[in-house]
Structure formats: structure tokens, C-alpha cells
Design a protein around this ligand. Sequence first.
Ligand code: ASP
Length: 313
Amino acid sequence: MQPKLIIHGGAGSSLIGKGGVEIVRQSLTKVLEEVYPLLLAGESAQAAVVRGCQLLEDDPRFNSGTGSVLQSDGQIRMSASLMDGTNQRFSGTINVSRLKNPIALAQALQNFPDRVLSDYGSAELARELQVPIYNPLTDMRLQEWWQERQENFVKEAAGVVAEADLFTSTEAGRGTIGVVALDSQGSLAAGTSTGGKGFERIGRVSDSATPAGNYATSQAAVSCTGIGEDIIDECLAARIVVRVTDGMSLAAAFDRSLVEAQSRQRDLGAIGIDRTGAICWGKTSQVLLAAYHTGETIGDTLEWSDNALTGSV
Ligand code: ASP
């Protein structure tokens, strides 16, 4: 089977900043170029998804791992989940602090009887697994928080990518990351990792470590980004995947689900792959930072400006 790969670095209201598109394109392409060969070499979809998420978490441009946004109290709390479509198994960590790669903790949880852990439990597990302590804070995110604090948190969410130009912008945006892969055995997996929507209340739970934001079966796999509350209200990832599992094509499932989300004024985006190798994406937000590898071509959605809610390849 020809492996397929799609990744995202969030959705939001705009990609401001000179050279913004090119810089984000370079970041996403680098990840595709490192992860796709793993799939060609016979690695599983799950392994490829975890590697892709780690690379995106390590890139300070995106709001996950290093470069995560700060919450209202100035702390970073990250959430990540992994779903393997083959055994249809979901695992995740919610509001974890002081580690480098939340997706690695989500992967470790695949083999535990308790597979979704919140803050305290995640910290205990990280200690048990001897995961090194790491501070994911970047200067840019600190400045961004500081500026918002001076303005009494008027923005609804943090910047889509950690770019200096965004600090002077009044545009809001998000920047979670996600990876969906189909491997040479025909197995699917999805992973999503986030620092949250930024400036949120302590204890707020993101969609990223729920099946609303990240879901996979043997038929399809989807990762979402955008306002977590909107994604949860639509139960978007599971909604799209279940439609495919019930017989709809991935493109039709994306179309229908995004039209429904749009009718309810949701602000979100999603990427997905089905077992036939179809790759789809969709957004109700203005931009979706997604890029894909079909085996023959690499493409992205960075300059997608028509009014269509979905696209596919
Ligand atoms: N969905 C994430 C959240 O609400 C944010 C994002 O996708 O950027 O926590």
C-alpha cells in the first residue's frame, strides 16, 4: 500500500507577517520529508504519527511542546493524544507540565489499563517513566502573555505561530499540531498535541486529548484544530470517522461535517486520511496550516483562499 501522510500546525484567523507563509511551509515540509521515509521503510502509522508530532512539538513556531502558549495564570499546561486505528485504541494526557514531548507520554499510555490521565496523574507517570524535566517556555510566548496581561487578556486565543509580527496584531488565532498517517500495511493512526487555546482558565480541558479532537478506526483517522469548545460541540474527529466507517467517502464526510460546523458558526479545522489513501482537509476558520505527502507530491493548504470548506487529494 502506498503510505500517506498529512500534518497540521493549527488553524486560525490569519498568517500575518512578511515571509510567514514561506517560513511555515518550510517547517511543515521538513517534517514531511523526515517522516514520510519512515513510512516507506515500513514503520507503522503509529510510529510515524508519534515522530511527526514530536518534530512539530519541538518546533517553537507551533503551539505544542516547546513554544506552547501560556494559560491565564502564566503557566504552560499541554495536552496530547494518540489513536491507533488498527486496535481502535485512544490514549492521552491532559494539562501536563514540564516535559518536552507530551505525545510520547500519550504513546506510553497506549499500554496502560488507564489510558487518559489528567495533570496530577500525568506528572506521576512521567516521574515513574523517568521522563526528564523540561521547560517548554519560549521568550516569545512569555512576551505574548505579558502583553496580553497588560491589556487584560482582550484576545480570545494566542497567536497561530510564534512570530514576532503577530504580537502587534489584533488578530486572534490558534496553533495546535496534528499528524495523520496511513502505513504500507494499510493501518491508520492520528495524533494531536496542544498548549491549549491560550490565556484560558486553569483546569480548562482541550479537545486535543479527547476523541472529539483526535480519532481513528481501521477505516479513517482525523486530527482537529481550532477552538476546542467548538470541536467538542461538533465531536468533529469522531463525527467524520464514524461517517466513513458507516460507508460515506472521506471527502463526503468532510464536506457534510464542515457544512454543519459552519452553519453553527464554529471556528475549527481538520485533516484526515481513509483506508483507501484519500487525504482530506477542511476548515471554517480563515487559515489552516496543513501539508501532505501523497507519495508522489507534497502540497499544502497555506495559500488556500477560495471559499470552499474542504479540499482533498
Ligand atoms: N484545539 C485547541 C484547544 O482548544 C487549540 C488549537 O487547536 O489550536 O485547546
